[in-house]
Design a protein around this ligand. Structure first.
Ligand code: AMP
Length: 147
């Protein structure tokens, strides 16, 4: 019960809050006034992107309607760009609620992973090459910008 209470309180110092504040670097794919998409630093497949709301939401329980709409519409843009860049139809959309489900960063986020449920790599296990992430972010951003 104690653990559950800790999770439901938003921590202003979580890593994604720091990104939104401009305190730590990340590889941006897309941004609008209510959402941000960036490369996952420990991808479960090449091209793994995270989409977050610009709202202090721990998980789905906290998400307000306009931010829910924003993260989904941004996810749609990112997924369409992933389909083009990686020349594959299959993109996993995943979102974990609570430590018990495996959530490790307590700011709501959607995972978009160019992979298959049968081939998905381990969760948050291996750090990606930064140059490669920057290059992928650039390719995805270019496709979104062109639409
Ligand atoms: P979850 O376990 O669903 O909370 O997912 C958190 C995700 O955040 C994992 O896939 C991590 O690889 C990713 N992650 C953690 N720190 C960073 C970071 N600094 N930049 C980008 N992604 C991160």
């Amino acid at each position: 019960m104690t653990e559950l209470n800790q999770q439901t309180t938003y921590d202003d110092n979580n890593i994604f809050a720091k990104m939104l504040n401009g305190d730590i670097p990340y590889h941006k794919v897309y941004e609008d006034d209510k959402s941000l998409a960036f490369m996952d630093i420990m991808p479960q497949a090449e091209g793994h992107v995270l989409v977050i709301p610009k709202q202090k939401a721990v998980d789905l329980a906290d998400l307000e309607p306009e931010y829910a709409a924003a993260v989904l519409m941004t996810s749609k843009k990112v997924m369409q760009a992933q389909r083009q860049v990686f020349e594959r139809e299959g993109i996993i959309q995943m979102q974990l609620n609570g430590a018990q489900a495996g959530q490790t960063v307590f700011h709501y986020h959607i995972h978009l992973i160019p992979s298959s449920i049968h081939e998905l790599g381990r969760h948050a296990a291996v750090m990606a090459d930064q140059e490669q992430l920057a290059n992928l972010a650039k390719q995805l951003a270019a496709v979104i910008d062109a639409e």
